[in-house]
Design a protein around this ligand. Structure first.
Ligand SMILES: C[S@@+](CC[C@H](N)C(=O)[O-])C[C@H]1O[C@@H](n2cnc3c(N)ncnc32)[C@H](O)[C@@H]1O
Length: 329
């Protein structure tokens, strides 16, 4: 008999904790039952990525934060992944009162963002029943997400991310998730307050499945677009990282570079991070380029975890701003 519990009765929606819906002044110091609280209001907690993500930018955050436009209108992140920069900007209150749009081509990831934003308490109650157990992992992994309710899909996705090897997201040619069980002794499958803090950070944010070029017409002069595509490979012979079934090929890197140039010409502030390799140096040679040292967080080969050069590229008015500040340094 299988170990998967009746995968969740999600007909019973759990409302967002009412104390989290009111203002901090009303609720700080009391929990939902009205007792003295150990639970901070989510607006007081530092939001951070709720998934581990290959190419996640937590290591590069300081370099990115030093290169933001001095002011901007809307914020767009078309390769959001774990959203390290988005959550850091929210923590610094730099996105208050701005339109924010997060997109990615990975439908399972985006469904999880939408559920964390809209139905976080139901997700927490479900996820907190999932054990760190190999048999359970393989049963959950074998489920076809298209047969699941969006809450179940999100719980499956977050669970697999926390318990699989290295937090990788990899699918086979049939689109089935195929990363093995991670065998971690200590793993926090459900961190309720982290999920609540992420939910609060996402509360007014548009989150959609899209390819980067689908959002071109949503980006206007004065907006800020941060692009963190799958890395261009270190050498031409290395296969391009497959974050998604279709992969992100050299042709895609070229299309992205053209897209970045077009946005820059329209007065959009664009910042791109990528690996500093001959291909990217060539594609972005006409834009503002800086090389910085970074340590890549997820790489199944330990010998590739060392410091490595990353490329930061700016287009549009941000390129002028960064060239001027570089001249003054
Ligand atoms: C390097 S990761 C982004 C990491 C993210 N900055 C973070 O902090 O975790 C690249 C992301 O690009 C997404 N992606 C791949 N091809 C894409 C495309 N054509 N359009 C939009 N997103 C794409 C992948 O699903 C992946 O989440």
């Amino acid at each position: 008999m299988g170990v998967v519990p009746p995968l969740i009765d999600v007909t019973q929606e759990i409302p967002a904790l009412s104390c989290f819906r009111t203002t901090c002044a009303d609720t700080h110091g009391t929990n939902c039952a009205g007792n003295p609280s150990q639970v901070d209001h989510p607006s007081h907690m530092s939001p951070k990525p709720f998934v581990k993500w290959a190419g996640g930018k937590r290591q590069l955050l300081q370099d990115l934060l030093q290169r933001l436009p001095s002011s901007f209108q809307s914020y767009h992140e078309p390769f959001v992944g774990g959203g390290a920069l988005f959550f850091a900007l929210q923590e610094k209150r730099m996105l208050d009162d701005k339109l924010v749009r997060l997109t990615d081509i990975n439908g399972e990831l985006i469904n999880a963002y939408q559920i964390v934003r809209d139905r976080v308490e139901t997700l927490i109650s479900l996820l907190s029943t999932f054990p760190n157990d190999s048999d359970f992992f393989y049963e959950i992994r074998a489920l076809n997400p298209s047969n699941l309710d969006p809450i179940q899909r999100a719980a499956r996705f977050v669970y697999l991310n926390k318990t699989c090897f290295n937090g990788l997201f990899r699918e086979n040619s049939k689109g089935q998730f195929n990363v093995p069980f991670g065998r971690y002794k200590q793993v926090q499958i459900c961190a309720p307050n982290d999920l609540r803090a992420a939910s609060f950070a996402l509360r007014k944010v548009a989150v959609e499945v899209a390819s980067f070029d689908d959002i071109e017409h949503d980006c206007a002069a004065g907006d800020f677009v941060y692009c963190d595509p799958p890395y261009a490979p270190q050498s031409r012979t290395a296969s391009f990282t497959k974050y998604h079934g279709s992969g992100f090929t050299e042709r895609e890197q070229e299309r992205l570079a053209d897209w970045v140039c077009r946005l820059g010409l329209r007065g959009v502030h664009v910042l791109v991070s990528n690996s500093a390799v001959p291909l990217t140096l060539r594609l972005y040679r006409d834009l503002h380029i800086e090389k910085v040292l970074a340590r890549r967080a997820i790489n199944s080969r330990g010998d590739r975890r060392g410091p490595i050069h990353e490329l930061l590229v700016a287009a549009g008015p941000l390129a002028i701003q960064l060239s001027e500040s570089q001249r003054k340094r």
